[in-house]
Design a protein around this ligand. Structure first.
Ligand code: TEU
Length: 550
């Protein structure tokens, strides 16, 4: 068992966590003031979204300077203070490294634009096709084309994301060295973890070709050379140290590649994020649709990843929420009628799986999607592009808003709800993004005084530390065809744990396979109090139960 496998990571979205100076944007001093809160939860590490100098066109995923903290968040001294304060509570920091692209305001891009050929080779710049059309027919992940004119050269640069996020050319060894240096710089500052943004997109072919039909992503995703680049980065930086945790954000990857990225023998990464389980409410693979989630498909995917990664000795990052996803309780549960039951069931489902759990800020108090009615309240560039495209496709304003409300990335980016004072105690000024209207009912102060969700998270973290089976046990999915319950067994030589998670609001009677039902057992955790294992029993709305089989 590796040390990192025992840890629980808390994702903190700095812009929306806590503002200390009243400018409406969260900052490092704000985070420092909340270190005791993080310590009380019991987490081991915080992953912070990018806080580097950036024009913030994509909330910091468009970096101008990898070596400097954006003044909007504070200073290097603030950052060092944060490291020290967290350390006093045994909490480490994971930084977010955006290495697939830089902002077009980055010095490298600016030099390239000014005609410096050495820097032009830092990016992916191509001539148009002979007929004058774009180098390839690829689309940007944020809508529109993936190519934009490179100054007045007549050439184009690739941007898989926003037009201000230019893709780096990893084929150029100089680029790879620069990025290795960035990692080493932050390692020296005391950073103990790295989350690498869209890391499986870094390997582009020399000859980029048009997509045919639906194969576009495969032309730049998980290309075999990505593994070489990651291995090289590992060996040139964090791989030489024992205690560093790394996680690659992997867009549309496969179990097979997931194993290659995270199997320790390969010296690439500690673990990966994969997203297939969060696309089960897409219609025909399209995100911007209004579609109920497919529970059997969700189970199939979780099961496939758990079993597959386990067989290949890979390691999963376990999560429902992040800054790009709508809130899972709004998406897969009923946070209005069953706020505690939904939140605790979803939490237990993933915390007891095989992998490293991530808690996204606000999840531990049951924060929900904000349900804004007005498109102008949204801040995310992707949501605005999607709204425009939905309207162009002929949807009415209410139809388009129905989809935006469910799918926008701003759903998870709303300010942290600390108390019932104005703007939920997040800021004394005007927040950069409106606080969700339910803050008088859903906030930290209230949750700590009378709620049960935060306590449930503490308990899940405690269970993980006390029962090695949660960390090193094998995974076996059971009741695979059951339409309402996601069930699995974790087992090592010493302990066995059976977990039942009911994803619906009614009561539901299940039959537990004889093999398990007849065994002596003890109650480990559940959101309706103690229960006895039996061959048949009725689960309550959003009930979750874990039994230790003796
Ligand atoms: O996201 C990568 C990514 O492809 C998605 O999660 C994306 O946001 C989603 O598919 C849109 O529907 C990462 C970051 O997490 C995200 O915040 C950045 O915007 C993106 O990379 C570009 O750096």
């Amino acid at each position: 068992m590796k040390d990192f496998q025992k840890k629980v990571i808390y994702q903190l979205y700095p812009k929306s966590f806590k503002d200390s100076d009243g400018n409406g944007i969260g900052d490092l001093q704000g985070i420092i003031s909340k270190v005791p809160y993080l310590a009380e939860l019991g987490i081991d590490m915080i992953w912070m979204n990018p806080i580097f100098v950036s024009p913030q066109m994509d909330n910091g995923y468009d970096i101008t300077d990898y070596y400097a903290i954006d003044p909007v968040f504070g200073t290097m001294a603030d950052f060092e203070e944060l490291i020290r304060k967290l350390k006093q509570h045994g909490i480490e920091i994971m930084f977010d490294m955006v290495f697939n692209h830089t902002s077009t305001t980055h010095e490298w891009f600016q030099k390239a634009l000014a005609g410096d050929e050495a820097y032009q080779d830092y990016y992916i710049i191509r001539d148009p096709k002979e007929d004058g059309s774009l180098p390839t027919n690829w689309g940007s992940k944020f809508g529109g084309e993936a190519w934009a004119p490179f100054g007045d050269t007549g050439k184009y640069y690739l941007h898989l994301f926003d037009v201000t996020q230019a893709d780096l050319n990893w084929r150029n060894p100089k680029v790879r060295e620069e990025l290795q240096e960035v990692v080493n710089f932050w390692l020296e500052k005391g950073i103990k973890g790295f989350r690498f943004d869209v890391l499986n997109l870094i390997g582009k072919d020399v000859a980029l070709v048009d997509s045919q039909g639906s194969n576009e992503k495969s032309l730049y995703t998980d290309r075999p050379i990505v593994h070489d680049y990651i291995h090289e980065l590992n060996q040139a930086s964090f791989g030489t140290l024992e205690d560093i945790i790394t996680v690659g954000e992997m867009s549309s990857t496969t179990v097979e590649n997931g194993i290659l990225y995270s199997n320790p023998d390969r010296n690439e990464l500690s673990m990966i994020f994969s997203f297939h389980h969060l696309k089960v409410d897409y219609k025909d693979g399209e995100k911007w649709t209004d579609h109920p989630f497919d529970f059997l498909e969700l189970k199939r995917i979780l099961n496939e990843w758990q079993a597959g990664m386990s067989d290949g000795n890979g390691w999963n990052a376990l999560f429902w929420n992040n800054h790009d996803q709508p809130r899972a309780n709004s998406r897969f549960g009923d946070p209005i009628r069953y706020p505690f039951e939904t939140a605790s069931m979803l939490a237990q489902t993933i915390h007891l799986l095989r992998g490293t759990p991530y808690i996204y800020q606000g999840e531990e108090i049951g924060m929900t999607n904000p349900d804004y009615d007005d498109i102008s309240v949204y801040r995310d560039i992707e949501s605005h592009n999607a709204y425009r495209d939905l309207k162009l496709a002929g949807l009415t304003h209410p139809e388009a808003m129905r989809i935006i409300k469910q799918k926008s990335r701003d759903n998870s980016r709303t300010p942290m709800q600390w108390d019932s004072s104005p703007h939920a105690g997040f800021t004394t000024g005007e927040p950069w993004l409106q606080v969700a209207a339910n803050y008088p009912e859903v906030n930290v102060e209230k949750e700590l005084a009378e709620g049960k969700i935060f306590r449930y998270y503490q308990e899940l973290i405690r269970i993980r530390k006390e029962h090695p089976v949660i960390v090193d046990g094998s995974y076996e999915g059971i009741l695979l065809d059951d339409p309402e319950v996601f069930a699995y067994i974790r087992e090592n030589g010493e302990e066995k744990v059976l977990v039942l998670n009911h994803f619906y609001a009614g009561e539901y009677t299940i039959s537990v396979p004889e093999e398990w039902a007849n065994k002596a057992s003890s109650f480990l955790a559940g959101n309706y109090g103690e229960r006895q294992l039996a061959s048949s029993f009725t689960l309550k709305p959003y009930e979750t139960i874990a039994f230790r089989i003796i």
